[in-house]
Design a protein around this ligand. Structure first.
Ligand SMILES: NC(=O)c1ccc[n+]([C@@H]2O[C@H](COP(=O)([O-])OP(=O)(O)OC[C@H]3O[C@@H](n4cnc5c(N)ncnc54)[C@H](OP(=O)(O)O)[C@@H]3O)[C@@H](O)[C@H]2O)c1
Length: 245
């Protein structure tokens, strides 16, 4: 699919990887871009910089009413970027209660699925289009220090496959993006090397142009995915060293 002249929607567009998607989409010549944010005032500067091109929408992906409202307004979308996500950086056993785990599932799995469901008919009306789901390398392997987040991203990875299969007949391409650590607020506690958000967005958007289904932006994600393909158990054992505490 050509991004030049496309109409895109990015969730969680106010910061991090979402903001990088917006910048890259504009560089690649989108005709119009809906920028989703929970607090619409957080995208005011985008609106000032790109009047007429950027259309802010209030969008909490755990709020079905807001999703429905946006889907009924943004009827010209043919490129949906499901970027919004939450990570509490908490473990599975060594955490108090299940609130964090539930919030991650509500956001990363149910929220992303709800967006796919709401926009499937919109994309169909616009010739098929593309969905980009921002998942994680932790979709493939559990990092115990972010155990509950990893579970939610594994659920989203499986969802991505199922949605891809269901929407193939309406010619909607569904792309899974599995980055390793990226230099945003979400990974601020991570000491190792991190990818630049703009580079992650670039790899994902090139996948849209090249009709790829699964992409692993960055050296870490590439190494883990290749290792996982060869020996999933060895990767599990390696990640199991990162227990909390
Ligand atoms: N950073 C990494 O290392 C990394 C690695 C792999 C994958 N990812 C994935 O990349 C995506 C973007 O993450 P990021 O690194 O840019 O993180 P971030 O800087 O923490 O930004 C998260 C974005 O998601 C939004 N968001 C959170 N919950 C939401 C909800 N219920 N409804 C709508 N928007 C919501 C946030 O909005 P507010 O400003 O309102 O909070 C913010 O715009 C996520 O799906 C994340 O899981 C990140």
């Amino acid at each position: 699919m050509k991004i030049d002249n496309a109409v895109a929607l990015v969730s969680g567009a106010n910061r991090g990887i979402g903001l990088a998607f917006v910048e890259r989409l504009i560089l690649r010549g989108v005709k119009k871009i809906y920028v989703g944010a929970r607090d619409i005032s957080s995208v005011n500067s985008l609106l000032r910089l790109h009047p007429g091109l950027v259309h802010p929408v209030t969008l909490d992906i755990t709020n079905q009413n807001q999703i429905d409202m946006v889907a009924s307004e943004a009827v010209d979308v043919n490129l949906l970027v499901n970027n919004a996500g939450a990570n509490s950086n908490t473990a599975l056993i060594a955490m108090e209660g299940l609130d964090n785990a539930r919030r991650e599932m509500e956001t990363n799995y149910f929220g992303t699925l709800s967006m796919c469901r709401a926009f499937a008919p919109v994309l169909k009306n616009n010739g098929g289009g593309t969905i980009v789901n921002v998942l994680s390398i932790l979709s493939l392997v559990n990092l115990p220090a972010s155990g509950s987040y990893s579970v939610s991203k594994a659920a989203a990875y499986s969802m991505n496959q199922g949605v891809r299969a269901e929407l193939a007949s309406q010619k909607t391409t569904v792309i899974g993006v599995m980055p390793g650590a990226v230099d945003t607020d979400m990974a601020k506690g991570f000491e190792g090397p991190k990818e630049k958000p703009l580079d992650v967005a670039e790899v994902a958007l090139q996948a849209v142009e090249d009709d790829l289904e699964d992409v692993y932006p960055g050296d870490m994600a590439q190494a883990v995915s290749q290792g996982h393909a060869q020996d999933a158990k060895a990767v599990e054992k390696e990640f199991s060293a990162y227990v909390p505490g």
